[in-house]
Structure formats: C-alpha cells, structure tokens
Design a protein around this ligand. Structure first.
Ligand SMILES: Cc1cc2nc3c(=O)[nH]c(=O)nc-3n(C[C@H](O)[C@H](O)[C@H](O)COP(=O)(O)OP(=O)(O)OC[C@H]3O[C@@H](n4cnc5c(N)ncnc54)[C@H](O)[C@@H]3O)c2cc1C
Length: 482
C-alpha cells in the first residue's frame, strides 16, 4: 500500500479550522494528542497531528469542506473503545472526535424511537428512557463509554444481541456528513422504507464513508420479567454443547454468555462476585419476556444445563444478584488487566454448533504459540473473544500474539464462520480479509465505498486491503516492540 497518498496540513488549514471550531475545539499539543494514539487494540499506535472537537453537524460539515479543498484525510473517533484499531490515524493527520456532540435530541415513545447525536454514550440512551419502561437493545460491554457513532460504525453487538439483534437492527435513520462536507439524510423515522438500504451500508462501514452526526434509533419495551442464572461446568466443551441444546430446544434467551477458568479467576480476584474459581467454565443465561411462562422456561433451561453436565445451576434471586452477575461479565475485560501487562482481544464467529471445535483449536493455538489465552464471549451467537495475554516489551511475544490471532481467525473461517462478530476489521484484520473475500468481492466493496468517498479520505487504510497486497501498511505505524 502506498502511504501518504493524501495532503499534509498547512498553516492556512489550521487557521480555517480554528475559525470554525474556536481554540478549544482543536488539540495540537503532543502531550495531549498522545492520549489518542490507539484505541482498545493497543498493539498498534499512531498519533494524530491534530484532534478536532466539533459541537454540531454544521461544524463537521464546515471542517470537512476545508479538508476536501486541501485533499486532507481524516479519521472519525467516538470514545476510542474500539478493539480493532478502527480509529488509528494512518495517512490521516486529522482525527475528528464526536465527544462534544452528545445531545439527546428527541424522545418519541409513541413511535418507540429516539433521535441522538452520534457522540451520545450508548448507556445514556437507555438511561434516558428507562423510567418510561424502554431500553436501547444493543448493549456492548463497553456501553458506559462507547458512543452511538462508534456503535454504528462497527455494527456493535452485546450480550443481548442473541435475542434482540445488533446495531443495524436498531437504526432507523442517519445523518451523515460526506467527506466533501455535504450533509445527507439516509433512512428515516418510518419502520420500513423502500429502495436500496443505504443505512445498512453505512452501519458497519467503520467510518470509511464519512462522519455520522445523528441517528434515529429504535427503542424496545423493557421486558416484564427477567430470570438470570449461572450454570457451572467442569469442562468448557460441556458448556458449549449446553448452549446449542438450549437453542435447539426452541428457547431463545435474552443472552447466553460464557467465561472460562482463566477469566473466572481474574474476575473473582478483581471483584469477588462469588464465581466458582475451580470451574472449567460458567454460562450466564438470561431469559426475559412476559412474566407468564418465564418460570417454566427457566425450569427447562435448568434441566438442559443439568443434562449437559452442569454441576450447579444458580438462580439470581433478586435484582441485586442479577446485577452482580452482569457486573462480573461486563467487567471481565477490566479484570484481565490484572493478569498481564497487555492483552489482545480477538473477535471471530463460528456457527454456534462449532463452538466446541473452535475452543479446542484455541487450546492448541495457545500451546503452539506458548501464550495464555482466556475466553469470555457471546456464546449464544457463536461470537468468540479469545483474550491473549502478553507483554508488549517482548518483541517475540508480540509476534506470537499476531500469529495466534491469525491462526484463530483462519480456524473460524475453516469452521464456516467469519472474521468478526462485532469488533470490526479496522487495521487488526485487514490482512485477513482476502482469506474470506475474493479479489472481486473486495473490488466491489471498494467501489461501493468510493460512491461515498471517491478520494478515500475518510478513515483511509482500514477494512479493505488495496489490490497488490496490504502488508506494507504495518510498516509506517508504530507496532509495539516489532
Ligand atoms: C471493555 C470493552 C468491552 C467491549 N465490549 C463490546 C461488546 O460487547 N460488543 C461490541 O460490539 N463491542 C465491544 N467493544 C468494542 C467497542 O466498544 C465498540 O466497537 C464500540 O462500538 C466502539 O465505540 P467508540 O465510540 O469507542 O468508537 P471508536 O473506538 O472511537 O471508533 C470505532 C470506529 O468507529 C468509527 N467512528 C466512530 N464514531 C464515528 C462516527 N460518528 N461516524 C463515523 N465513524 C465513526 C471510527 O473511525 C472507528 O473506525 C468493547 C470494547 C471494550 C474496550
């Protein structure tokens, strides 16, 4: 890949940007910019030359018009919690962060929708409508920090994706500022629209088609009842078989999440929530829906767990116990921070029934590369998140982590799965795209992207490898200890 295809920033450009955003809308001090050198994928780092903090769609549009005139590339950023290096600036000197575009614009409960700016934090959407008995279904474990714009770009999921779907199932309409500054409205407040699904094109495009500035989101009615349980297994394989047994039985829980021993111990050490540290794996299963019938389903799930080898099935007796179980799951990534100086969270998908095989493969990959790997993931969706522990100061370990990640994704594809369940391609998996897609597939994706962004200035060097190979992209950016 040729880097530096786009133009550098000039003093004229900075003056123009300052006029639009004011002095407090531009960050240029190297010490402050360092904060933005990576997202949650910390293997690779690259510092932007300028960080812009617009307050409105008009600001974004005016900024992009200037950048368009000067041929300067940019990278959109929400909260920087991405796990595939999506907001890493590569040949894009300017980062545009939506954190000040954080207003909830309209709540329309009668039509079950809400309109928000793209910098609104995911959890704040639910918080805004909770008292009225509604919630916003996509609930990434990072929901207390990540933004709706980031969720849209990554088509994020969460524990409750199994029953409720991912972000794309909950976005009705979007306001997008194209890389030349034009503001376009896609979709709309109505539930069904005819014509090509342009909203669906933008969701999951990882910021390569412009900057999403507003979104109309679908709200869901909060379930009347929940029943949350913890099933404890001695073996990971038994737990994964039990997951398929529940779905095959015709019950779709709100969520089925799994943690293996390494993760259970880390969570327990960090938060002491009462998880059994001698277990091989635990499943958190949440049933939700109408109160009538939920207990009957709970009994059936309990029986299926027992039949599948669970040595214990604990029911959360009240809201406090339920909250504790979800805290354990949602804080798992944080707890892993105690186990090693660094960790890389991978993300792949396999058909649910192939979970036992992929987990066996991960054990073999862990042994082959002599790396510790823990697993905490959305088991109901077959969406795995192997967490590889390492120390970034050791270049040999870093090489092995990259090789292990590649092997895990190759195994996912071999088992009929895909490269990402929810964390996106970013820079992390750009090299792996040709394992899943033919050159023609990739060409079509590039052409689609160029409809929105002809000069490829919005988040360049992400998602789609360029013809002729994408290997060189690793060279100009700083990759830890390589
Ligand atoms: C502890 C932890 C747990 C997580 N759990 C989950 C989980 O359960 N499910 C899940 O799906 N993900 C999860 N993630 C990953 C991450 O939180 C999601 O990908 C999230 O959607 C990123 O949002 P963000 O605002 O941080 O986006 P960023 O990281 O800032 O950006 C992500 C991508 O979106 C683009 N982007 C951001 N804002 C815009 C915009 N307004 N317009 C256009 N493009 C934009 C960026 O260019 C980048 O490519 C987790 C991450 C962490 C650290």
């Amino acid at each position: 890949m040729q880097m530096e295809r786009h133009s550098p920033i000039t003093p004229d450009v900075v003056a123009g940007l300052r006029e639009i955003l004011g002095a407090d809308g531009i960050v240029s001090r190297p010490s402050e910019l360092k904060v933005y050198e990576c997202d949650g994928w910390t293997m690779e780092k690259s510092i932007p030359e300028l960080l812009l903090r617009p307050r409105s769609t008009a600001d974004v549009s005016a900024v992009l018009r200037i950048l368009d005139r000067h041929g300067i590339a940019f990278v959109p950023r929400g909260a920087g919690t991405g796990l595939s290096g999506g907001c890493l600036p590569l040949d894009a000197p300017i980062m545009i962060c939506t954190s000040r575009m954080n207003r909830i614009l309209e709540i329309d409960l009668a039509n079950r929708r809400i309109e928000v700016e793209s910098g609104v934090v995911n959890l704040n959407v639910t918080n805004a409508v909770k008292a009225a008995g509604y919630f916003y279904a996509p609930d990434p474990s990072s929901q207390a920090a990540c933004t709706i714009g980031g969720n849209i770009a990554e088509n994020s999921g969460g524990p409750h994706t199994l029953k409720y779907g991912v972000t794309t199932n909950h976005v009705l309409g979007l306001e997008l500022v194209l890389p030349d500054g034009e503001i376009v409205e896609l979709g709309g407040p109505a539930e069904e629209l005819c014509g090509y699904d342009l909203v669906g094109t933008v969701v999951g495009a990882e910021g390569t088609v412009g900057i999403v500035t507003r979104a109309t989101l679908r709200l869901s009615r909060a379930p009347e009842a929940h029943c949350t349980m913890l099933a404890v297994f001695d073996e990971v394989a038994a737990a994964t078989h039990a997951v398929s047994a529940v779905i095959a039985h015709g019950i779709i829980p709100g969520a089925i999440e799994m943690m293996d021993r390494l993760i259970i111990r880390a969570v327990e050490e960090a938060f002491a929530v009462g998880l059994p540290t001698d277990a091989g794996a635990v499943l958190i299963i949440e049933l939700d829906g109408l109160a009538a019938g939920i207990e009957e389903h709970a009994v059936q799930v309990r029986e299926l767990m027992r039949a599948g080898g669970a040595r214990e099935v604990r029911l959360a007796r009240d809201e406090h116990e339920r909250t504790m179980l979800w805290k354990a799951r949602k804080r798992a990534f944080g707890a892993v921070g105690r186990l090693a100086p660094n960790y890389a969270t991978h993300d792949g998908v396999v058909p649910r029934t192939r979970l036992p095989e992929i987990l066996e493969r991960i054990v073999a990959i862990s042994a082959r590369h002599q790396l510790k790997i823990g697993n905490v993931f959305h088991a109901g969706d077959g969406n795995i998140h192997p967490i590889v522990l390492y120390d970034e100061r050791d270049s040999d370990q870093v090489r092995r982590v990259i090789a292990a990640g590649h092997d895990i994704l190759a195994a996912c594809i071999e088992l009929g799965g895909s490269l990402t369940g929810e964390h996106g391609i970013g820079v992390e998996k750009i090299h792996e795209m040709p394992m899943l897609f033919s050159p023609d597939d990739l060409l079509v994706m590039s052409e689609l992207r160029r409809v929105f962004d002809p000069a490829e200035r919005s988040n360049p060097n992400k998602v789609i490898p360029r013809p002729g190979g994408c290997v060189e992209v690793a060279m100009p950016r700083r990759q830890v200890a390589l």
